[in-house]
Design a protein around this ligand. Structure first.
Ligand code: 5GP
Ligand code: MN
Length: 330
């Protein structure tokens, strides 16, 4: 599904001087990459731009240019609220529902600014003044490139913004392997390399700079993996105790869910992580199995057809039972 509603965007944009860029809670590579890339572009056009994100993001994204000036709402509500209240224009990147912005939601709802959504998730809410929604896109970072292309802004791209966009494309496509990766995705990546991105260096910063605890957590998770009797579903999990003992930190389990699909015959997998007595989930599937719907219907979440997330307010033991009952474990 694609919905482009950008009539009148340029006039509104021209008259905006203060701009705020936001993304979703627990920002990932695509959320941070798109926000920081767009910030660079808009600053080159003379705008005053703040990036305000709901809560902290993983350390492996701190190499992105502009990282030092990001406002983290959960750690400084006053600064975040001031930026949001004073903004003439707000960009909503990599999310399409206010509920994805955690504590920032009310401030965003109340903002007087015009609102522009750029996003690739399913079923966008209808509040934005301007919308660029395309669920076939590999990443919001690719959409930032396309957005710049639409408005003739490619001349404002540079090595810094290119690195940010490349980071989001790489993380959201599983290094160019998920189904939303198209010829155009590679074409955009090639333009970004032309702007100075060094893929090997950037991959190293993203994937090969992880704490040892990541591998220990992975080992614990794989050791207790559960396979459905027919082998088409895989449950992966980590308890709060394990996370505390081994040393969980934000973002450290990123990508763990994908191991569940690497087994021959598995078509769907869930990774659950217990935190403060509740459970955060990631779901992944192959082909026609729609985990966006499954997450919306049974796991208080959503996302894409083959990659979604959600939350259960119960212990991990109950969540495992609940998942087996909900997913038909046979
Ligand atoms: P991940 O499993 O990597 O956290 O998320 C997979 C996809 O689902 C991402 O595109 C993410 O934005 C989306 N997602 C993750 N958690 C939630 C959630 O609680 N609600 C909704 N609506 N989407 C989610
Ligand atoms: Mn994304």
């Amino acid at each position: 599904m694609k919905e482009i509603r950008l009539d009148g965007f340029m006039e509104t944009f021209k008259s905006a001087s203060k701009i705020v860029i936001t993304n979703h809670t627990n920002p990932d590579g695509d959320a941070m990459g798109s926000a920081l890339a767009l910030q660079q572009v808009l600053e080159k056009m003379g705008k005053e731009v703040s990036v305000v994100v709901p809560n902290p993001y993983p350390k492996f994204l701190s190499h992105l240019y502009g990282n030092d000036s990001v406002l983290i709402y959960s750690e400084g509500k006053n600064a975040g609220n001031t930026a949001i209240q004073e903004a003439d224009m707000i960009f909503h990147l990599d999310y399409n529902a206010y509920g994805r912005t955690a504590d920032m939601e009310q401030a965003l709802r109340d903002a007087k600014a015009s609102k522009t959504m750029i996003d690739h998730h399913q079923q966008p809410e209808d509040w934005p003044d301007f919308m660029y929604s395309d669920t076939d896109m590999s990443s919001t970072c690719q959409m930032i490139y396309e957005f710049c292309d639409m408005f003739g802004w490619l001349e404002y791209l540079d090595k810094h913004s290119a690195e940010s966009m490349y980071t989001g494309i790489v993380t959201d496509t599983g290094s160019f392997k998920y189904s939303a990766t198209t010829a155009r995705t590679h074409e955009v990546a090639s333009k970004l390399i032309g702007l100075g991105v060094e893929p090997q260096v950037l991959h190293g910063k993203i994937f090969d700079a992880q704490p040892a605890a990541r591998l220990r957590l992975l080992g614990a998770m794989l050791d207790q993996m559960q396979l459905s009797p027919s082998g088409d579903k895989v449950l992966l999990y980590l308890t709060e105790k394990q996370c505390d003992r081994i040393g969980f930190e934000k973002g450290i389990t990123e990508g763990f869910v994908n191991y569940g699909l690497s087994i021959a015959g598995s078509k769907m997998t869930i990774f659950m992580r217990e935190e403060k007595g509740a459970v955060k989930l990631s779901l992944r599937s192959e082909g026609q199995i729609d985990v966006n719907q499954i997450a919306r219907n049974g796991f208080n979440g959503g996302g894409h057809k083959n990659a979604a997330g959600g939350k259960l307010e119960m212990s991990i033991a109950d969540a495992l039972d609940y998942a087996k009952a909900t997913l038909v474990w046979e």
